[in-house]
Design a protein around this ligand. Sequence first.
Ligand SMILES: *Cc1c(COP(=O)(O)O)cnc(C)c1O
Length: 431
Amino acid sequence: MHYDIGPRSAAAFERARQLMPGGVNSPARAFGAVGGTPLFIERAEGPYLFDIDGRRYLDYIGSWGPMILGHALPEVIDAIVQAASRGTSYGAPTEAESRLAEQIIEAVPSIEKVRLVNSGTEATMSAIRVARGATGRNKIIKFSGNYHGHVDSLLVAAGSAAATLGVPDSPGVTPGAGGDTIVLSYNDVQGIVDAFAKYGSEIAAVILEPVVGNMGCVPATMEFLKSLREQTTASGAILIFDEVMTGFRLAMGGAQERFGITPDMTTLGKIVGGGMPLGAYGGRADIMNNVLPAGKVYQAGTLAGNPVAVAAGSTTLKILKEDPPYAYLESLGDRLAAGLGKAATDAGIPHTVSHVGSMVTLFFSPDPVQCWADADRCDREAFGRYFWGLIGEGVYLPCSQFEAMFFSRTHTEAMIDQTIAAAGKVLRSLA
Ligand SMILES: *Cc1c(COP(=O)(O)O)cnc(C)c1O
């Protein structure tokens, strides 16, 4: 499958490569997993991205999650412009921060107190520190294929970017930093039971994506979540749901609302910032009261609670609450998943489709994907050809087998059907 990216994107990438490592500021953007070079984007509107060569693409990344309302929504842009016109940063408290905190706490009842930070990575890094500080324990459990940002202690067996690039353990992460991290297999109940039997009283926290987006879309089983809740409660360990991707996407209250499982702490990012750099972590008040200056666990940020980012996030959450898109997104997700599955079947391509709400993955593997070992069996080369085929059809997918497709409230049924038809055409050419 061959696609000629536009001459401007090609030139822009050459220039960027001289200036930034790999030409990008975040590795997934470089298209390394699918071969070829990235498209440079000029602007975005609703469900569409426009590259600097003037080509239009139907966007299934949504900035890797945040853009659930579509790009450049006038209400969100207005809120950003108004906030910016009052000054972009004060380093002093604002009422707008309390308003966003209230919105988060109301949407996610397990969060009694919350701290605003600048990214999902900061949220998970801080949550782990607080969990360790609150319990006085060192060890944490994470699951292979789950990504929690580029936090040293969590950057082991970390899914998408790392897995795709074949560097599951980054150089620069010392054995000391990773040494208290126990990595288990996702959806493996026995693994949890065994780990708690062995290390129970040393485990500060278990962190997981309740629906994984970072090895493709892989939901946790109810049995797995229940077992995690029981084991952590029994041992006094803190259960952290990393809802940076699923928060405000799978439901207003995230995956925890959907599954009816209450974690002790939650990390948020992506949608909570409405497309601006903002993350959050929160949980039970007795845990969060360990954070400085209420308690002794240090965590700070010069730009934390930034007024422009808070305005974007707060406006996004307000719209999501007043006019919830979730039933609509659910129906589009069902339609897209069923359509892609049928297209692959008709084309004779071995596959599995996995989806929850507006997160969808077509895995190039005939077997169900429940953990990283399953995901790792996918045909990455076929995915690369599928990806470029769809770019040629004007459809922009995540550039890795191990990232979920996202769509927004601005995607229509007709667009979903168009996407399925385009996928069918590409899949037939692969067979
Ligand atoms: C994106 C993501 C992160 C990291 O967030 P950044 O804002 O990129 O630092 C953490 N956890 C999950 C589940 C994510 O999807």
